[in-house]
Ligand binder design. Sequence first.
Ligand SMILES: [Mn+2]
Length: 473
Amino acid sequence: MDDYSSELPGKLLSDLRRAAYTVKGAESVTVVTHIDADGITAGVIAAETLRRLGIRHTLRFERKITEETVADINACTDDLVWICDLGSAYMGQFVRSGLVVTDHHVPDPKWRSGQSMLEAFGTVHQLNPHMYRVSGSYEVSGAGMTYLLSKAISPDNTDLAYLAVIGAIGDFQDTRESKLVGWNRIILDDAVKAGDITVSNGIRYFGRGTRPILQFLQYGEPAVDGLTGNVDACMGLLQMYDIQMYGSDGKKRTWMDLTDVERAILTDELMTRTVREEDRKALFGELYSVTRYDPRSCLGDAKEFATTLNSCGRYDDAETGARICEGDMFALEDAESNRKDHRKNISLALAYVKENKLLRRLNHIQYFDAGSAIRETVVGIVAGMILSSSDAVPDMPILAFADADDGVKVSARAPRSLIDRGLDLSRIMSSAAESVGGMGGGHNVAAGATIPEGKEKVFLEKVDELVAASLSP
Ligand SMILES: [Mn+2]
Protein backbone atom coordinates (compact mmCIF):
# COMPACT_ATOMS: atom_id res chain seq x y z
CA MET A 1 0.00 0.00 0.00
CA ASP A 2 2.68 2.49 0.89
CA ASP A 3 6.00 2.70 -0.85
CA TYR A 4 8.11 2.30 2.25
CA SER A 5 10.10 -0.80 2.88
CA SER A 6 8.24 -3.31 5.00
CA GLU A 7 11.48 -5.02 5.91
CA LEU A 8 14.63 -3.90 7.62
CA PRO A 9 17.70 -3.92 5.36
CA GLY A 10 20.23 -6.72 5.87
CA LYS A 11 23.00 -4.21 6.51
CA LEU A 12 21.06 -2.73 9.43
CA LEU A 13 20.35 -6.17 10.85
CA SER A 14 24.02 -7.09 10.83
CA ASP A 15 24.99 -3.70 12.32
CA LEU A 16 22.35 -4.26 15.03
CA ARG A 17 23.71 -7.74 15.78
CA ARG A 18 27.24 -6.38 16.21
CA ALA A 19 26.04 -3.60 18.52
CA ALA A 20 23.92 -6.11 20.47
CA TYR A 21 27.03 -8.21 21.01
CA THR A 22 28.88 -5.18 22.42
CA VAL A 23 26.00 -4.32 24.78
CA LYS A 24 25.69 -7.89 26.04
CA GLY A 25 29.42 -7.99 26.76
CA ALA A 26 29.36 -4.91 29.00
CA GLU A 27 29.36 -5.09 32.79
CA SER A 28 28.40 -1.48 33.38
CA VAL A 29 26.59 0.97 31.12
CA THR A 30 25.69 4.65 31.32
CA VAL A 31 22.64 5.50 29.22
CA VAL A 32 22.52 9.14 28.11
CA THR A 33 19.27 10.28 26.55
CA HIS A 34 17.33 13.33 25.45
CA ILE A 35 14.67 14.96 27.64
CA ASP A 36 11.74 14.89 25.19
CA ALA A 37 9.14 12.13 24.72
CA ASP A 38 11.25 10.34 22.13
CA GLY A 39 14.32 10.55 24.36
CA ILE A 40 12.51 9.49 27.52
CA THR A 41 10.94 6.43 25.87
CA ALA A 42 14.31 5.60 24.27
CA GLY A 43 16.05 5.84 27.65
CA VAL A 44 13.46 3.63 29.32
CA ILE A 45 13.75 1.03 26.54
CA ALA A 46 17.56 0.99 26.90
CA ALA A 47 17.47 0.86 30.71
CA GLU A 48 14.86 -1.91 30.78
CA THR A 49 16.83 -3.91 28.19
CA LEU A 50 19.93 -3.65 30.41
CA ARG A 51 17.96 -4.52 33.53
CA ARG A 52 16.73 -7.70 31.87
CA LEU A 53 20.31 -8.59 30.97
CA GLY A 54 21.35 -8.04 34.57
CA ILE A 55 23.79 -5.30 33.56
CA ARG A 56 24.51 -2.53 36.07
CA HIS A 57 23.39 0.77 34.54
CA THR A 58 22.50 4.39 35.16
CA LEU A 59 20.11 6.54 33.13
CA ARG A 60 20.98 10.16 32.57
CA PHE A 61 18.94 12.86 30.82
CA GLU A 62 20.40 15.71 28.79
CA ARG A 63 18.70 18.70 27.20
CA LYS A 64 21.40 18.61 24.53
CA ILE A 65 25.00 17.58 24.00
CA THR A 66 27.36 20.29 25.20
CA GLU A 67 31.16 20.35 25.41
CA GLU A 68 30.76 19.31 29.01
CA THR A 69 28.56 16.33 28.10
CA VAL A 70 31.09 15.24 25.47
CA ALA A 71 33.88 15.44 28.08
CA ASP A 72 31.79 13.47 30.61
CA ILE A 73 31.01 10.78 28.06
CA ASN A 74 34.66 10.51 27.04
CA ALA A 75 35.73 10.26 30.69
CA CYS A 76 32.99 7.83 31.81
CA THR A 77 34.55 4.79 33.46
CA ASP A 78 31.70 2.40 32.63
CA ASP A 79 32.42 -0.24 30.00
CA LEU A 80 29.90 1.32 27.69
CA VAL A 81 28.04 4.57 27.10
CA TRP A 82 24.76 4.13 25.21
CA ILE A 83 23.49 7.43 23.83
CA CYS A 84 19.85 7.55 22.70
CA ASP A 85 18.08 10.14 20.53
CA LEU A 86 21.23 12.27 20.63
CA GLY A 87 24.88 11.94 19.75
CA SER A 88 25.03 11.42 15.99
CA ALA A 89 25.81 15.07 15.30
CA TYR A 90 28.80 14.90 17.66
CA MET A 91 30.37 11.58 16.66
CA GLY A 92 33.63 13.27 15.71
CA GLN A 93 34.08 14.50 19.26
CA PHE A 94 33.81 11.18 21.06
CA VAL A 95 37.15 9.56 21.66
CA ARG A 96 36.22 6.66 23.90
CA SER A 97 36.10 2.98 23.27
CA GLY A 98 32.75 1.44 24.20
CA LEU A 99 30.08 3.64 22.65
CA VAL A 100 26.68 2.84 21.17
CA VAL A 101 24.57 5.59 19.62
CA THR A 102 20.94 4.96 18.64
CA ASP A 103 19.86 8.26 17.12
CA HIS A 104 17.90 9.66 14.18
CA HIS A 105 19.32 13.18 13.96
CA VAL A 106 21.54 14.13 11.03
CA PRO A 107 24.97 12.52 11.57
CA ASP A 108 28.21 14.45 11.78
CA PRO A 109 29.47 14.45 8.16
CA LYS A 110 33.08 14.69 9.28
CA TRP A 111 32.82 11.51 11.27
CA ARG A 112 31.59 9.45 8.38
CA SER A 113 34.77 9.86 6.41
CA GLY A 114 37.02 9.38 9.38
CA GLN A 115 35.09 6.45 10.83
CA SER A 116 36.82 3.68 11.49
CA MET A 117 39.50 2.48 13.63
CA LEU A 118 37.34 2.28 16.72
CA GLU A 119 34.49 0.94 14.67
CA ALA A 120 36.72 -1.65 13.08
CA PHE A 121 37.50 -2.96 16.56
CA GLY A 122 33.79 -3.22 17.18
CA THR A 123 33.63 -0.85 20.11
CA VAL A 124 31.88 2.15 18.55
CA HIS A 125 28.48 1.67 16.94
CA GLN A 126 26.35 4.37 15.42
CA LEU A 127 22.87 3.21 14.44
CA ASN A 128 21.13 5.96 12.52
CA PRO A 129 18.54 5.75 9.70
CA HIS A 130 20.43 8.32 7.61
CA MET A 131 23.18 5.75 7.13
CA TYR A 132 20.65 3.49 5.35
CA ARG A 133 19.01 6.31 3.37
CA VAL A 134 15.94 6.19 5.56
CA SER A 135 14.30 9.35 6.89
CA GLY A 136 14.96 10.29 10.49
CA SER A 137 12.08 12.74 10.44
CA TYR A 138 9.19 10.38 9.64
CA GLU A 139 10.38 6.80 9.18
CA VAL A 140 12.04 6.11 12.53
CA SER A 141 12.81 8.00 15.73
CA GLY A 142 15.46 7.80 18.43
CA ALA A 143 13.25 5.51 20.50
CA GLY A 144 12.67 3.43 17.36
CA MET A 145 16.40 2.92 16.76
CA THR A 146 16.86 2.12 20.44
CA TYR A 147 14.01 -0.40 20.27
CA LEU A 148 15.46 -2.09 17.17
CA LEU A 149 18.69 -2.63 19.08
CA SER A 150 16.76 -3.85 22.13
CA LYS A 151 14.95 -6.37 19.93
CA ALA A 152 18.25 -7.48 18.41
CA ILE A 153 19.50 -8.08 21.95
CA SER A 154 16.47 -10.23 22.77
CA PRO A 155 13.37 -11.03 20.73
CA ASP A 156 11.47 -11.03 24.03
CA ASN A 157 11.80 -7.25 24.14
CA THR A 158 8.90 -6.70 21.71
CA ASP A 159 6.82 -5.78 24.76
CA LEU A 160 8.78 -2.48 24.69
CA ALA A 161 7.70 -1.65 21.11
CA TYR A 162 4.76 0.46 22.28
CA LEU A 163 7.18 2.87 23.96
CA ALA A 164 8.95 3.36 20.62
CA VAL A 165 5.57 4.06 19.00
CA ILE A 166 4.94 6.76 21.62
CA GLY A 167 8.43 8.17 21.02
CA ALA A 168 7.91 8.42 17.26
CA ILE A 169 4.57 10.15 17.75
CA GLY A 170 6.19 12.51 20.27
CA ASP A 171 8.51 13.58 17.44
CA PHE A 172 5.50 14.09 15.10
CA GLN A 173 6.60 11.26 12.83
CA ASP A 174 2.96 10.35 12.15
CA THR A 175 1.93 13.81 10.87
CA ARG A 176 3.28 13.64 7.34
CA GLU A 177 1.08 10.70 6.30
CA SER A 178 -1.43 10.85 9.17
CA LYS A 179 -0.08 7.44 10.14
CA LEU A 180 3.22 5.78 10.99
CA VAL A 181 5.24 4.61 7.99
CA GLY A 182 8.63 3.10 7.21
CA TRP A 183 10.48 1.38 10.02
CA ASN A 184 7.95 2.92 12.41
CA ARG A 185 5.36 0.66 10.75
CA ILE A 186 7.45 -2.42 11.53
CA ILE A 187 7.76 -1.29 15.15
CA LEU A 188 4.02 -0.55 15.28
CA ASP A 189 3.30 -4.11 14.08
CA ASP A 190 5.38 -5.47 16.97
CA ALA A 191 3.44 -3.30 19.44
CA VAL A 192 0.10 -4.41 17.99
CA LYS A 193 1.13 -8.08 18.05
CA ALA A 194 2.26 -7.68 21.66
CA GLY A 195 -1.23 -6.35 22.44
CA ASP A 196 0.02 -2.98 23.66
CA ILE A 197 -1.32 -0.71 20.89
CA THR A 198 -4.54 -0.76 18.90
CA VAL A 199 -4.92 1.16 15.67
CA SER A 200 -8.13 2.82 14.51
CA ASN A 201 -9.10 5.49 11.99
CA GLY A 202 -10.77 8.77 12.76
CA ILE A 203 -10.51 12.49 13.34
CA ARG A 204 -6.96 13.19 14.49
CA TYR A 205 -7.81 16.04 16.86
CA PHE A 206 -6.05 16.13 20.20
CA GLY A 207 -7.81 14.91 23.33
CA ARG A 208 -10.42 12.47 22.00
CA GLY A 209 -10.65 10.82 25.41
CA THR A 210 -9.91 13.80 27.65
CA ARG A 211 -11.30 17.01 26.13
CA PRO A 212 -14.99 17.88 26.44
CA ILE A 213 -16.55 17.59 22.98
CA LEU A 214 -17.00 21.36 22.64
CA GLN A 215 -13.30 22.09 23.24
CA PHE A 216 -12.35 19.14 21.09
CA LEU A 217 -14.09 20.81 18.13
CA GLN A 218 -13.17 24.35 19.07
CA TYR A 219 -9.40 23.85 19.42
CA GLY A 220 -8.84 21.14 16.83
CA GLU A 221 -6.08 21.29 14.29
CA PRO A 222 -6.14 21.60 11.28
CA ALA A 223 -8.68 24.37 11.48
CA VAL A 224 -12.09 23.82 9.89
CA ASP A 225 -13.62 26.94 8.33
CA GLY A 226 -16.43 28.46 10.33
CA LEU A 227 -15.93 26.07 13.23
CA THR A 228 -12.45 26.18 14.74
CA GLY A 229 -12.07 28.88 17.35
CA ASN A 230 -15.77 29.69 17.19
CA VAL A 231 -17.52 28.37 20.27
CA ASP A 232 -21.02 29.40 19.09
CA ALA A 233 -20.60 27.63 15.77
CA CYS A 234 -19.36 24.48 17.53
CA MET A 235 -22.27 24.54 19.91
CA GLY A 236 -24.66 25.17 17.01
CA LEU A 237 -23.33 22.10 15.21
CA LEU A 238 -23.89 19.92 18.27
CA GLN A 239 -27.42 21.29 18.70
CA MET A 240 -28.24 20.79 15.05
CA TYR A 241 -27.77 17.04 15.51
CA ASP A 242 -29.06 17.01 19.06
CA ILE A 243 -25.71 15.82 20.40
CA GLN A 244 -25.64 16.27 24.18
CA MET A 245 -22.60 17.93 25.76
CA TYR A 246 -23.28 16.22 29.09
CA GLY A 247 -23.72 12.55 29.77
CA SER A 248 -26.46 11.07 31.99
CA ASP A 249 -23.90 11.12 34.82
CA GLY A 250 -23.70 14.92 34.52
CA LYS A 251 -20.13 14.79 33.24
CA LYS A 252 -18.96 16.52 30.07
CA ARG A 253 -18.83 14.05 27.21
CA THR A 254 -15.66 13.55 25.19
CA TRP A 255 -15.38 12.46 21.55
CA MET A 256 -14.97 8.91 22.84
CA ASP A 257 -18.17 9.11 24.86
CA LEU A 258 -20.22 9.84 21.73
CA THR A 259 -22.10 7.02 20.03
CA ASP A 260 -20.72 5.63 16.77
CA VAL A 261 -23.52 7.38 14.91
CA GLU A 262 -22.82 10.74 16.56
CA ARG A 263 -19.12 10.42 15.75
CA ALA A 264 -19.87 9.48 12.15
CA ILE A 265 -22.13 12.52 11.73
CA LEU A 266 -19.54 14.93 13.12
CA THR A 267 -16.71 13.30 11.17
CA ASP A 268 -18.74 13.77 8.02
CA GLU A 269 -19.45 17.42 8.90
CA LEU A 270 -15.78 18.15 9.58
CA MET A 271 -14.64 16.46 6.37
CA THR A 272 -17.30 18.15 4.25
CA ARG A 273 -16.29 21.55 5.54
CA THR A 274 -12.62 20.91 4.85
CA VAL A 275 -11.72 21.69 1.28
CA ARG A 276 -7.93 21.64 1.00
CA GLU A 277 -6.65 18.15 0.28
CA GLU A 278 -3.74 18.72 2.67
CA ASP A 279 -6.10 19.56 5.53
CA ARG A 280 -8.36 16.60 4.78
CA LYS A 281 -5.36 14.33 4.98
CA ALA A 282 -4.25 15.83 8.31
CA LEU A 283 -7.77 15.73 9.74
CA PHE A 284 -8.52 12.07 9.21
CA GLY A 285 -6.09 9.23 9.74
CA GLU A 286 -4.76 6.67 12.15
CA LEU A 287 -5.18 6.87 15.90
CA TYR A 288 -3.14 4.84 18.33
CA SER A 289 -4.50 3.65 21.67
CA VAL A 290 -2.26 2.42 24.47
CA THR A 291 -4.23 -0.59 25.65
CA ARG A 292 -2.90 -0.85 29.19
CA TYR A 293 -4.35 2.54 30.17
CA ASP A 294 -7.86 3.90 30.52
CA PRO A 295 -8.81 5.42 27.13
CA ARG A 296 -10.15 8.45 29.01
CA SER A 297 -6.86 9.12 30.76
CA CYS A 298 -3.97 11.18 29.40
CA LEU A 299 -2.05 7.93 28.75
CA GLY A 300 -4.77 6.12 26.80
CA ASP A 301 -3.86 7.78 23.51
CA ALA A 302 -0.29 7.60 22.18
CA LYS A 303 -0.30 11.29 21.21
CA GLU A 304 -1.44 12.39 24.65
CA PHE A 305 0.97 10.02 26.32
CA ALA A 306 3.78 11.64 24.32
CA THR A 307 2.51 15.12 25.19
CA THR A 308 2.56 14.21 28.87
CA LEU A 309 6.18 13.05 28.54
CA ASN A 310 7.16 16.14 26.57
CA SER A 311 5.79 18.43 29.23
CA CYS A 312 7.80 16.58 31.88
CA GLY A 313 10.98 17.05 29.87
CA ARG A 314 10.37 20.71 29.24
CA TYR A 315 10.17 21.40 32.94
CA ASP A 316 13.40 19.62 33.81
CA ASP A 317 11.50 16.62 35.03
CA ALA A 318 12.29 13.89 32.50
CA GLU A 319 12.68 11.50 35.45
CA THR A 320 8.96 11.79 36.13
CA GLY A 321 8.36 10.93 32.47
CA ALA A 322 10.54 7.84 32.82
CA ARG A 323 8.60 6.79 35.93
CA ILE A 324 5.36 7.11 33.95
CA CYS A 325 6.76 4.85 31.21
CA GLU A 326 7.67 2.35 33.90
CA GLY A 327 4.04 2.34 35.04
CA ASP A 328 4.48 4.35 38.26
CA MET A 329 1.07 5.96 38.67
CA PHE A 330 2.20 8.34 41.41
CA ALA A 331 4.34 9.98 38.75
CA LEU A 332 1.18 11.01 36.92
CA GLU A 333 0.20 13.52 39.57
CA ASP A 334 3.57 15.21 39.22
CA ALA A 335 3.15 15.21 35.46
CA GLU A 336 -0.29 16.75 35.63
CA SER A 337 1.10 19.83 37.30
CA ASN A 338 3.78 19.99 34.59
CA ARG A 339 1.06 19.83 31.95
CA LYS A 340 -0.90 22.68 33.47
CA ASP A 341 2.22 24.84 33.73
CA HIS A 342 3.07 23.99 30.17
CA ARG A 343 -0.28 25.06 28.72
CA LYS A 344 -0.21 28.26 30.74
CA ASN A 345 3.34 29.10 29.67
CA ILE A 346 2.57 28.57 26.01
CA SER A 347 -0.50 30.75 25.98
CA LEU A 348 1.29 33.49 27.94
CA ALA A 349 4.22 33.31 25.52
CA LEU A 350 1.97 33.53 22.45
CA ALA A 351 0.19 36.54 23.90
CA TYR A 352 3.54 38.15 24.71
CA VAL A 353 4.80 37.90 21.12
CA LYS A 354 1.51 39.22 19.72
CA GLU A 355 0.96 42.07 22.15
CA ASN A 356 4.50 43.36 21.84
CA LYS A 357 4.45 42.92 18.05
CA LEU A 358 7.78 41.12 18.21
CA LEU A 359 7.57 39.41 14.83
CA ARG A 360 10.03 40.93 12.33
CA ARG A 361 10.98 40.05 8.79
CA LEU A 362 14.07 39.94 6.58
CA ASN A 363 13.91 39.07 2.87
CA HIS A 364 13.41 35.34 3.25
CA ILE A 365 12.84 34.68 6.95
CA GLN A 366 10.75 35.97 9.83
CA TYR A 367 11.83 35.98 13.45
CA PHE A 368 11.20 37.20 16.97
CA ASP A 369 13.49 37.72 19.92
CA ALA A 370 11.86 36.71 23.19
CA GLY A 371 14.89 37.52 25.34
CA SER A 372 14.27 36.13 28.78
CA ALA A 373 10.48 36.50 28.57
CA ILE A 374 9.90 33.02 27.16
CA ARG A 375 11.50 29.84 28.47
CA GLU A 376 14.00 28.45 26.01
CA THR A 377 12.29 25.07 26.40
CA VAL A 378 9.00 26.25 24.91
CA VAL A 379 10.18 28.90 22.46
CA GLY A 380 10.29 26.36 19.61
CA ILE A 381 6.66 25.38 20.13
CA VAL A 382 5.67 29.02 20.28
CA ALA A 383 7.55 29.67 17.03
CA GLY A 384 5.70 26.77 15.39
CA MET A 385 2.34 28.05 16.60
CA ILE A 386 3.06 31.57 15.36
CA LEU A 387 4.13 30.18 11.99
CA SER A 388 0.73 28.54 11.57
CA SER A 389 -1.17 31.64 12.76
CA SER A 390 -2.36 34.55 10.66
CA ASP A 391 0.34 36.82 12.13
CA ALA A 392 3.04 35.06 10.15
CA VAL A 393 3.89 34.91 6.46
CA PRO A 394 2.91 31.32 5.61
CA ASP A 395 5.75 30.50 3.22
CA MET A 396 8.76 31.76 5.18
CA PRO A 397 10.77 29.94 7.84
CA ILE A 398 10.45 31.36 11.33
CA LEU A 399 13.26 31.80 13.85
CA ALA A 400 12.92 32.55 17.55
CA PHE A 401 15.58 33.68 20.01
CA ALA A 402 15.55 33.07 23.73
CA ASP A 403 18.19 33.52 26.40
CA ALA A 404 19.80 30.32 27.62
CA ASP A 405 22.49 29.51 30.18
CA ASP A 406 25.15 29.01 27.56
CA GLY A 407 24.29 31.80 25.10
CA VAL A 408 21.31 32.49 22.92
CA LYS A 409 19.07 29.61 21.92
CA VAL A 410 17.61 29.75 18.41
CA SER A 411 14.63 27.63 17.36
CA ALA A 412 13.62 27.44 13.73
CA ARG A 413 10.56 25.99 12.01
CA ALA A 414 9.81 25.81 8.30
CA PRO A 415 6.53 25.29 6.46
CA ARG A 416 6.17 22.00 4.54
CA SER A 417 5.90 23.88 1.25
CA LEU A 418 9.53 24.97 1.57
CA ILE A 419 10.73 21.49 2.54
CA ASP A 420 9.15 20.21 -0.66
CA ARG A 421 11.24 22.81 -2.48
CA GLY A 422 14.40 21.41 -0.95
CA LEU A 423 14.90 23.56 2.13
CA ASP A 424 16.86 21.85 4.92
CA LEU A 425 16.77 23.87 8.15
CA SER A 426 19.13 21.45 9.87
CA ARG A 427 21.95 22.21 7.42
CA ILE A 428 21.21 25.93 7.40
CA MET A 429 21.15 26.25 11.20
CA SER A 430 24.28 24.20 11.54
CA SER A 431 26.31 26.19 9.03
CA ALA A 432 24.99 29.62 10.11
CA ALA A 433 25.70 28.76 13.76
CA GLU A 434 29.18 27.57 12.92
CA SER A 435 29.88 30.87 11.11
CA VAL A 436 29.31 32.81 14.35
CA GLY A 437 31.02 30.33 16.67
CA GLY A 438 27.91 28.41 17.74
CA MET A 439 26.48 24.92 17.21
CA GLY A 440 23.29 23.87 15.49
CA GLY A 441 21.38 21.05 13.86
CA GLY A 442 18.14 19.11 13.96
CA HIS A 443 15.69 18.15 11.25
CA ASN A 444 14.72 19.68 7.91
CA VAL A 445 11.43 21.13 9.26
CA ALA A 446 12.55 21.95 12.78
CA ALA A 447 16.06 22.79 13.87
CA GLY A 448 17.86 24.71 16.56
CA ALA A 449 21.16 26.32 17.46
CA THR A 450 22.98 27.94 20.31
CA ILE A 451 25.00 31.02 19.42
CA PRO A 452 27.10 33.49 21.43
CA GLU A 453 25.30 36.55 22.77
CA GLY A 454 25.43 39.58 20.50
CA LYS A 455 25.73 37.52 17.31
CA GLU A 456 21.99 37.44 16.59
CA LYS A 457 22.05 39.97 13.75
CA VAL A 458 24.97 38.42 11.86
CA PHE A 459 23.39 35.01 12.37
CA LEU A 460 20.02 36.14 10.99
CA GLU A 461 21.66 37.62 7.90
CA LYS A 462 23.54 34.41 7.32
CA VAL A 463 20.37 32.32 7.64
CA ASP A 464 18.52 34.70 5.33
CA GLU A 465 21.25 34.29 2.74
CA LEU A 466 21.31 30.49 3.06
CA VAL A 467 17.52 30.22 2.78
CA ALA A 468 17.58 32.40 -0.34
CA ALA A 469 20.33 30.26 -1.83
CA SER A 470 18.58 26.98 -1.13
CA LEU A 471 15.28 28.17 -2.63
CA SER A 472 16.70 29.76 -5.77
CA PRO A 473 16.14 27.60 -8.83
MN1 LIG B 1 13.93 12.31 18.71
